[in-house]
Design a protein around this ligand. Sequence first.
Ligand SMILES: Nc1ncnc2c1ncn2[C@@H]1O[C@H](COP(=O)(O)OP(=O)(O)OP(=O)(O)O)[C@@H](O)[C@H]1O
Ligand SMILES: [Mg+2]
Length: 470
Amino acid sequence: MEKTTILVIDDETNLLRFFEYNVKAMGYDVVTGERGGDFRRLIGEREYATVLLDMMLPDANGMDLLTEARQRYPEMPVILITAYGTIDKAVQAMKLGAFDFLPKPVDVDRLNTIIRNAVEQYSLRREVKTLRRHLEPPREFHGMAGSSPPMVEVYDMIEQVAPTNATVMITGESGTGKELVARAIHALSGRADKPFVAINCAAIPRDLLESELFGHERGSFTGAIDQYQGCFERAHQGTLFLDEICEMDLGLQAKLLRLIQEQVFYRLGGTRPISVNVRILSATNKEPAEMVRAGRFREDLFYRLNVVPIRLPALRERREDIGLIVNKFLFEFSRANGRRFQGFDLKALAAMERYPWAGNVRELRNVIEQIVVLNDGERVTLELVPEHIRTFRGGPVFSVAAASTPVGSGHAPAHEADGLDRIQPFWQTERDQIQTALDVCHGNVQEVARRLEISPATLYRKIEKYGLVK
Ligand SMILES: Nc1ncnc2c1ncn2[C@@H]1O[C@H](COP(=O)(O)OP(=O)(O)OP(=O)(O)O)[C@@H](O)[C@H]1O
Ligand SMILES: [Mg+2]
């Protein structure tokens, strides 16, 4: 994905070869096309480091194409190739956000300079964006709470891939938020105002799944009383999310592959080919490569669907997000149930962070709901945390709760003897320090900031990031 690729669109074959030759000589990859239609298809597949676009194409207006490219990829520089006498239009194009224009006949030195500048600007813009995001990560992104590095990477991937038509396969354990990712990709794509159709391949029996996907004609099987539009038709121009894709029967997988390759399909019992424009996203909590090896997932379909893979981290791989997520749910459920909860105390939070959460965010959410429904108070204390979480032993053991909580089962963690239990991640040291200071200073943020020798703004950010109680 990171190889520098330049897209060149020109309908004069000789000129196109000339561009291709020169851009390759500069050390870049080149993709070429001759029509506006090619341009639309090619930018639908991916973003490019720079585009060289002929302003006069037989089937499209360069200005329109420029506008489309700017909307889809605001950071991608577009250089317009202009014929003699079109300087007015070139000026207009600059106003529409073209990076520069290149007059015909083309001067090789000028071509090289413009492309170098454009590529440099593109990579700088990308770098700045990535840096900014990692320095000040969002706490939430399209309903996903979390600001840990692996989640920020997921957000980056979503933003990069959303404007394309690429098929994306989302993997991750159960409850990690795969459906949220699919919805975010749709919401950030050019298809956002078109349907998002989700179908769970594991929840529907094989025969029903087939007619759910492809639809059926009246009388095509017993029970097919009316004609029925399947998911593919309903998702036309939008996005179809195939959840639990590895559970799909092999015969259906073959049909799905054919649809993807040929872009047309038939309703069950139908004779008329139906063609649709659908972007396909899929998800699985299995390891797809293993399912291919086991013969349960067609390899050719896997490659079609896995053009861009997005892997969601398990919750225990991003423990620093637990505080944030816990508080999000605590506030939501407290509001919904008329409770007063403001946050967790440190020991309760440490227990939540230590627990391995095999069911990931979904399990965490259920636990918070249970706590809120069964109790009330200002803070969730350790006593309110369900026993299996409170007494869990075996995860990374650190923090206040581990050091001072008498535990029913009485088993000491295995690594206590070697002193490993005394090591805790920096974020947790920081978090515990801040909470302790807040408690001691009775929530006086100015005072806490002064004593911790950080700015109040930084302190506020960290309080929010860790979901601390003032
Ligand atoms: N980062 C997150 N922040 C807030 N809520 C989340 C987050 N991730 C998941 N959730 C919530 O957890 C629940 C499970 O998420 P989702 O259904 O997307 O998981 P999934 O990966 O599709 O799981 P499964 O494989 O079991 O279908 C949902 O209620 C979702 O809103
Ligand atoms: Mg799901």
